[in-house]
Design a protein around this ligand. Structure first.
Ligand code: IDP
Ligand code: MG
Length: 149
């Protein structure tokens, strides 16, 4: 089964959007396998966003991500990486479609509420940055035949 890393950023936590975001993902049918609220240390922000370290927006991105606690999660489902990106919407909320998390809940690329891994490889890497294998919970939720043919 595929897994992805999703993180509600500090603006989303401070605005009380965690419940709405988890609810959207649960209602889609995705399975939550790990979750924790955490103030990220600088080294993990750098690892998380390593492809952006040299970008002009990186210092501001780091301040934003470290400005308060993030809600870190791992979600599971077939094709979950792409599904989560579709639910999240475009990086820039001004371009994100209505019905998506960023389209409905955000205004600015620098306050876009949520992160989701962009590929299965990124997902594996990012889950490894933030979670130990013991934190990924194995359990049976519901009869999977209600969700998958
Ligand atoms: P993604 O979060 O949709 O994968 P990326 O291009 O990987 O988007 O950028 C990572 C994060 O960096 C964005 O979600 C956003 O918070 C921030 N970011 C990207 N581009 C800009 C920018 O031009 N100005 C400010 N922040 C940016
Ligand atoms: Mg990205």
């Amino acid at each position: 089964m595929d897994r992805t890393f999703v993180m509600v950023k500090p603006d989303g936590v401070a605005r009380g959007l965690v419940g709405d975001i988890i609810s959207r993902m649960e209602r889609k049918g995705l399975k939550l396998v790990a979750a924790k609220l955490e103030l990220l240390p600088e080294n993990r922000v750098g690892e998380q966003y390593k492809e952006h370290l040299e970008k002009p927006f990186f210092p501001g991105l780091k301040r934003y991500i470290m400005s308060g606690p993030c809600m870190l999660m791992v979600w599971e489902g077939y094709g979950v990486v792409g599904i989560a990106r579709t639910l999240i919407g475009a990086t820039n909320p001004t371009e994100a479609a209505p019905g998506t998390i960023r389209g409905d809940l955000a205004l600015d690329i620098g306050r876009n509420v949520i992160h989701g891994s962009d590929s299965p490889e990124s997902a594996m890497r990012e889950i490894g940055i933030h979670f130990s294998s013991q934190e990924l919970v194995e359990y049976t939720r519901i009869d999977e035949s209600l969700l998958y043919e």
